[in-house]
Design a protein around this ligand. Structure first.
Ligand SMILES: [Zn+2]
Length: 77
């Protein structure tokens, strides 16, 4: 089985949370398929309060949350 997902803790095609490495409070979401940005990136999909305006950093600055981080934030699907 080929590993064509971004993270292993979520199923293929599920939405996974991303954070901006320059703005660690901001959250995006994308589908769990290789690679980041292959499909639409959604800003603040979970509508967390206080994130403010979307930043203009490049997709390469968006980093998937680890399984532990996702679980801690209640974003695990
Ligand atoms: Zn940013």
């Amino acid at each position: 089985m080929s590993d064509d997902r971004i993270v292993n803790y979520a199923g293929y095609g599920r939405h996974i949370p991303l954070r901006c490495k320059n703005h660690p409070d901001k959250r995006w979401s994308t589908k769990n398929i290789i690679g980041v940005g292959a499909r639409n990136i959604f800003y603040n999909l979970h509508e967390a309060s206080g994130m403010g305006k979307e930043c203009a950093c490049s997709i390469s600055d968006l980093i998937p949350l680890t399984a532990e981080e996702a679980k801690a934030e209640g974003r695990e699907e």
